[in-house]
Design a protein around this ligand. Sequence first.
Ligand SMILES: *[C@@H]1O[C@H](CO)[C@@H](O)[C@H](O)[C@H]1NC(C)=O
Ligand SMILES: *[C@@H]1O[C@H](CO)[C@@H](O)[C@H](O)[C@H]1NC(C)=O
Ligand SMILES: *[C@@H]1O[C@H](CO)[C@@H](O)[C@H](O)[C@H]1NC(C)=O
Ligand SMILES: *[C@@H]1O[C@H](CO)[C@@H](O)[C@H](O)[C@H]1NC(C)=O
Ligand SMILES: *[C@@H]1O[C@H](CO)[C@@H](O)[C@H](O)[C@H]1NC(C)=O
Length: 506
Amino acid sequence: MFLALAFTLATRVMADDFRPIYHFVPEENWMNEPNGLIKIKSTWHLFYQHNPTANVWGNLNWGHATSSDLVQWTHEPLAITSENGVEAFTGTSYYDADNTSGLGSSTSPPYLAYYTGYFPSNGTQDQRLAFSVDDGVTWTKYPGNPIISATQESPHDETGGLETRDPKVFFHQASGKWVMVLAHGGQDKLTFWTSSDAKSWAWKSDLSADQVEGLPSGITGWEVPDMFELPIQGTNATTWVLIITPANGSPAGGNGVLALTGSFDGSTFRPDPVDPSTLWLDHGRDFDGALSWENVPVADGRRILASVMNSYGASPPTNTWKGMLSFPRTLTLKETSSKRYFLQQPVTELALMGSPLASIRNQTITTGQTLFSSIHGTALDINLAFTINAGAKLSLAVRKAASEQTIIQYDQTNSSISVDRTTSGDISYDPAAGGVHSASLEPDASGVIHLRVLVDTCSVEVFGGEGEVVISDLIFPSETSDGLSLEVTGGSANLHSVELRGISLS
Ligand SMILES: *[C@@H]1O[C@H](CO)[C@@H](O)[C@H](O)[C@H]1NC(C)=O
Ligand SMILES: *[C@@H]1O[C@H](CO)[C@@H](O)[C@H](O)[C@H]1NC(C)=O
Ligand SMILES: *[C@@H]1O[C@H](CO)[C@@H](O)[C@H](O)[C@H]1NC(C)=O
Ligand SMILES: *[C@@H]1O[C@H](CO)[C@@H](O)[C@H](O)[C@H]1NC(C)=O
Ligand SMILES: *[C@@H]1O[C@H](CO)[C@@H](O)[C@H](O)[C@H]1NC(C)=O
């Protein structure tokens, strides 16, 4: 009891610790990427790689949280634990609606969770299954684990099963089979497996970098696959989408998330040729290990992604937690005569939170003017639509004080958006924590540039245009850097509309 009291006092003293308002972070200690994202009835389930005993990577379990709106999360007990020398690495969940696994109870069909078993003693990785017959509240490890042993992996993995992980599992209607996609880390390849009963699996095919036409070189260390069918906007067609998190080769360096389209016959994925300009789902440093929610009702129909924002290991300057979930974003696919590209937007549930701080309609801003200098806030949702003169730059500064600011800028000279963290606050914790991330963004057909900027304490997520360009970055400003400014240099801009909302949760 004494210890419990001491802990309460300690957490109160460290209350701030860069804890975000509307992004998920663990109650305490380490998280890396999300796992097993699934909606069950009206509840969004978030599982995640979690070390419950230390604020560093290691001793990995599936942490668990639930939400009714993807914004406010309730911490739940560990879902899949590290046990008997086997840690629970990354994986995915799926609803076994027809009970083909036979793991359902007489009244409840089973929800299945596939994860990689990791033996820290010798580095072996095998594939395992857990199931829930109480709508995802508790999870039972399948007694027949592993469902794919290191021995069975061996012929398909150069390391004999030291690098076989992150199972993405789904039921493929057209072939009537279960499909598993596994990543093989440094071998830059995925393997595809199928099953009739969701428990015993057979290898079917490999997908490696040399099979992806147009894939730039240097995109290595493939991990955390996700795969699903997505409608192509404006057509009646769908296509298969395969998401991968490589460890190298992303626009901002470090882990990044890319998305391929292609066809899938139930055992082999045939990728479409890659357009390097539309390959990456994020141009910032901090969007790593993306997975999407399964079992979202057809009436909702959204494909919603989340990843972990943190590509610096244990280095960021937080003490009570490490690793934050990106704000959940929808993924759609658009096609024009010349291009096919993904669009991402924050889920609309955010619009129900918070209150207006400022609103502008049809106002011209010229060099020398500063807007928003009397507004303060550290958890914000900002929408801008504007036109800009040739040669001008529009700069939105957030988390601003005399000597600190993070600048989101549109540069008309090369049609680009950027996030500049050079003076964002503490950037000493990692060589990659400062600098500028930039990406091309064209105005819409009427010449209007759209930006959506989410700011939450220690993060900035910038969605450009309809969401065809995203930049996500962590920042660690002083607590008192809560100012804003909107300025133009080199000309003027017409602000068609600006909506600035402060986000607070009830
Ligand atoms: C699932 O299958 C098992 C094994 O046949 C059976 O015992 C159980 O009742 C089934 N559950 C459901 C919900 O169909
Ligand atoms: C790794 O260690 C586990 C647990 O001790 C053992 O069961 C397994 O056989 C080992 N694997 C290899 C390839 O040595
Ligand atoms: C989609 O299907 C509907 C119904 O069959 C049809 O009326 C429509 O023309 C189709 N749209 C396109 C873009 O093919
Ligand atoms: C914007 O403001 C200008 C100058 O006040 C006015 O001429 C114009 O009609 C306004 N445009 C819109 C769309 O309201
Ligand atoms: C646009 O120009 C700026 C300033 O020269 C540069 O920092 C940025 O990288 C450029 N962005 C792109 C996408 O080319």
